[in-house]
Structure formats: C-alpha cells, structure tokens
Design a protein around this ligand. Structure first.
Ligand code: SAH
Ligand code: SF4
Ligand code: F3S
Length: 447
C-alpha cells in the first residue's frame, strides 16, 4: 500500500490553473494522498503543460529530464503529463521520454485518478487525450477554498481558428457548461466566503448554453444571473473576443454594478491587413466602435489587450498602426509576444521573412509604449481614492494587506485582519508600474 505524495506543476493560462486545482481536488478525493509543494519527495508527479508559444516541447522534455533522475532513485514514481502539449504531442512523449507513465488531455483530466490506479495495478503506460463532451465538470468534487477571489471555467475550447493559434487543436471545440452548474459552483464558493468571481474561457463571451426547454442562456444573461447571487461583490472575466462582444453584453454594464471597470479585450494588431491574415474576423474600426460603446456607458472603463508582433507579412507601417491604436484607444496594460509558428496552424505555412532582431525591436517598441501607458494610468491614480476588494495579508510583510483595484492593480496598505474580504476605500500615496500603496480611508457599509 502506498502513501501518495503528489506534486503538480502548472504552465499556461488561467484555465490551466483552474484545471490543476480540479486535478488536486479529484486526486485528494479518490486517492489517499497529500499534495506537496516540491517534486523531490513526491511519488506522483503531474505536469500540466501549455503549448501557446514555441519551445513548449523543449521546456516539457527539459522538465521531464529532471524528473527522470527522481524516478531512477525511486522506480515507484508515476509521471503524468497533461495539458495542451500532451494533446499536441500525444504518444510522441512516450517515445522521447519512455519513463513517462500517463498522458492525459485537458478534457480527460477527471480520468486521471483511475489512470493512476490502473498504472499501479497493471504496470502499463496509459494515454487518453480524447475530447469527450465536456464531461469533466460532472466529476469535480465541491471545491474547498478560503480565497476571496476564485476562477471558474464556464466554456472550454475555441472555434475561431485564428491562423496562428494552437488552442482549437489542443482544447477542442467550444462547449459551454450548463448555466445551472455554473451558478451552483459559484454559490458553493460564495458560501465559503468568495466575493469575487473570475469567469474563464479561451473565448469567454462566446458562452451560449441551450437547455432542454430551448432557453438560450447567453454570456450577458449568465452575467445577470451571477450578479443576483448573494455575496458577489465583483465579477471579472477573461478572455473576451471582439467578435463576440455583442450589444447585449455592452448593455449589461448599465445594469450590473459588480462588473468591474476593466476588460481584457485582445486586439492582436492595429493593422487591418494583419488582422485579416490572422483571421481575427473584425476590423480596427469595429474594435474601436466596441470600445466607444463601452466607454459611453462606463467612461472610466480601462482596456487591456494582447498583441502579437512579427506576424508573417507585418511591415513597419503595420507596427506603427499598432502603436497608434495603443495610444488612440488608451490601452492600459497588455501582454505582447513575438509571433511563434505553431505546428499544424495555417500561419505556419506563411512565408516568414522578418528576422529575429527586427522582431525583438518591434516587441521592445510595443512594450515601451504599453509601459508608458500603464505608468500614465497608475500615476493618474495617485492621491485618488480607490475601491479595493481586500484579498489577504501581504506575503512579505504581515502588517500590510492587499487587494486589487477595479483596473487590476495590486494595492498594499496597513490595516487589521478584519478587513479581509471587504470592500475598502484606499487613498493612493505611491505607485509603481502595476503596484500601488495607500492608506485606509474607510470600510464600505454594505460588506
Ligand atoms: N482567446 C484569446 C487568446 C488566447 S491565447 C483571444 O483570442 O484573444 C493568449 C494569447 O497568446 C493571445 O491573445 C495571443 O496574443 C498569444 N498567442 C497565441 N498564439 C500565439 C502564437 N502562435 N504566437 C505568439 N503569441 C500567440
Ligand atoms: Fe486562439 Fe483565436 Fe481561439 Fe483566441 S480566438 S483561442 S487566439 S483561435
Ligand atoms: Fe496554453 Fe492551452 Fe492555455 S495552449 S494558454 S494552456 S489553452
């Protein structure tokens, strides 16, 4: 009989982090074990991988190489590889790393406890990277948490097939979870003290669930349902797609005060020519029009975005258009990346003539302008009073507490423990790029 010590390492997006939380819950429920924080003494090692950009495979085999030595010392160790690289590479992982025992995909992670049992019992390697119809959510045990803010995946996969992106191939087709299940999971979280819900999906605003009475629950309708749950102070969501940013969704900003004044709405490029090559399905004018409509309702709304630089065919004129967009539309924070060719995607067959030095310069230029914007907005917050949802004690100094502003900046301030989970007013007296410091002014009455 084994006593299991399980170590889970996670790379990639918030959906992968959510999946890893669920893997931990499932394993805890089904296997006699402790989840530990380092790999050294573990006898079950789980790697939840991401393949969004290059070197994903190299990174995986590098990590597995380290775990191989642990297994040489203890042959009872079970090594499991999951996530998007597992789907992308499949059995090839066994060929290159024969000491791996289990390969599972993002949609089959609920089968992992049984797979671990089978590997132990039958001493045979197992692979399951199929895409069963969104069944994994039915297997998740009730989540135990003491967090104030919690992620919840509401839609899996993606049907957009942007020409550069691996996600539709690794996560499968877009499937929305039944709204009743989502509401139930959120209720379970709020009963444990969660005050902020962060809805997740690769394309979260494409959410659409049709129930057996033919009732169509859209993302806008789902937000209205969630807002009615007792104890929800704030609602966030990522990642939304401009094509699915309907007028219905824009209009809920009139009705739901818990929706924060911050939207992550990736545009990827400021050039229509590049957007078309990327198959993003909107023009820059359409993107701008969405932002204008949102800001008509919420003048203080702040927008963050993702950008890809050095996409095949991108010229300096295109990159200048991206910079113009960042400045014109007052884009606040952003994630920007150099284009990375992904196996099997249409863009990987496009002629890529831009050299790496030029790509790096373009990335530097974009990040320079974005950082200037971020700093500008952080500076504007100096001496203002900001509403913060307090999430906990600062990791480095237990006299300080932290929470986030609506526009996603972390704020540190002195207070006492009873402020955790409450909405407080903080006067900002110091700022860095993404981090602010301030003094507690008041605690909201309706907490
Ligand atoms: N569904 C979201 C993005 C999900 S992927 C959307 O459509 O906006 C997260 C980010 O990774 C993307 O916004 C993009 O900027 C980046 N990304 C995806 N594929 C990439 C690639 N092949 N090379 C570089 N960056 C990429
Ligand atoms: Fe990838 Fe495009 Fe889908 Fe986003 S919308 S996950 S970039 S295919
Ligand atoms: Fe990465 Fe897969 Fe998420 S490729 S970004 S882990 S959906």
């Amino acid at each position: 009989m084994f006593y299991n010590k399980v170590y889970i390492k996670t790379w990639g997006c918030q959906m992968n982090e959510y999946d890893s939380l669920k893997i931990a819950d499932l394993i805890n429920e089904k296997i006699d074990c402790t989840i530990i924080k380092t790999a050294d003494t573990a006898n079950i090692l789980i790697l939840n991988t991401c393949s969004i950009r290059e070197k994903a495979q190299e990174k995986l085999f590098h990590q597995l190489g380290r775990w191989k030595y642990l297994k040489q010392n203890n042959p009872e160790i079970i090594i499991c590889v999951g996530g998007c690289v597992a789907t992308q590479e499949g059995e090839r992982i066994f060929y290159r790393a024969h000491y791996v025992d289990i390969i599972f995909g993002p949609q089959t992670l609920h089968r992992l406890p049984q797979m671990i049992y089978n590997v132990r019992t039958f001493k045979k390697k197992l692979i399951d990277i199929s895409f069963p119809q969104i069944e994994k959510f039915n297997y998740f045990p009730i989540r135990k948490t003491n967090a104030i803010s919690a992620f919840i995946t509401i839609i899996e996969g993606c049907n957009k097939y942007c020409t550069y992106c691996i996600v539709p191939y690794t996560r499968g087709k877009e499937i929305s979870r039944p709204y009743k299940d989502i509401i139930l999971e959120i209720q379970q979280l709020t009963q444990q003290g969660v005050k902020e819900i962060h809805l997740l999906g690769q394309n979260v605003n494409a959410y659409k669930y049709i129930d057996k009475n033919n009732y169509i629950c859209t993302f806008a309708k789902l937000l209205s349902m969630i807002a009615k749950i007792n104890g929800i102070y704030r609602i966030r969501y990522t990642t939304s797609h401009p094509k699915d940013f309907s007028d219905d969704l824009i209009n809920v900003y009139n009705k739901i005060p818990q929706l924060v004044n911050f939207i992550h709405l990736p545009v990827q490029s400021g050039s229509d020519k590049i957007l078309s090559l990327m198959k993003r399905r909107y023009s820059i004018n359409e993107y701008k029009h969405i932002l204008e409509k949102i800001k008509n309702i919420r003048p203080h709304m702040q927008i963050s975005s993702d950008f890809i630089v050095g996409f095949p065919g991108e010229t300096t004129e295109d990159i200048n258009k991206t910079i113009t967009l960042i400045l014109d539309m007052d884009i606040d924070m952003s994630y920007s990346f150099i284009y990375s060719s992904r196996p099997g995607t249409p863009a990987s067959k496009m002629l890529d003539t831009i050299d790496m030095k030029e790509k790096k310069q373009r990335l530097y230029l974009i990040q320079y302008h974005i950082n200037k914007q971020t700093k500008k907005f952080s500076a504007k917050m100096l001496n203002t009073i900001q509403t913060i949802l307090v999430e906990g004690i600062a990791p480095q100094n237990n006299q300080y507490f932290f929470g986030r502003t609506e526009n996603n900046r972390t704020v540190f301030f002195k207070s006492t423990k009873d402020c955790i989970g409450k909405i407080v007013n903080i006067k900002i007296n110091h700022f860095y790029l993404y981090t602010l410091y301030g003094n507690l002014v008041s605690i909201h009455q309706n907490n």
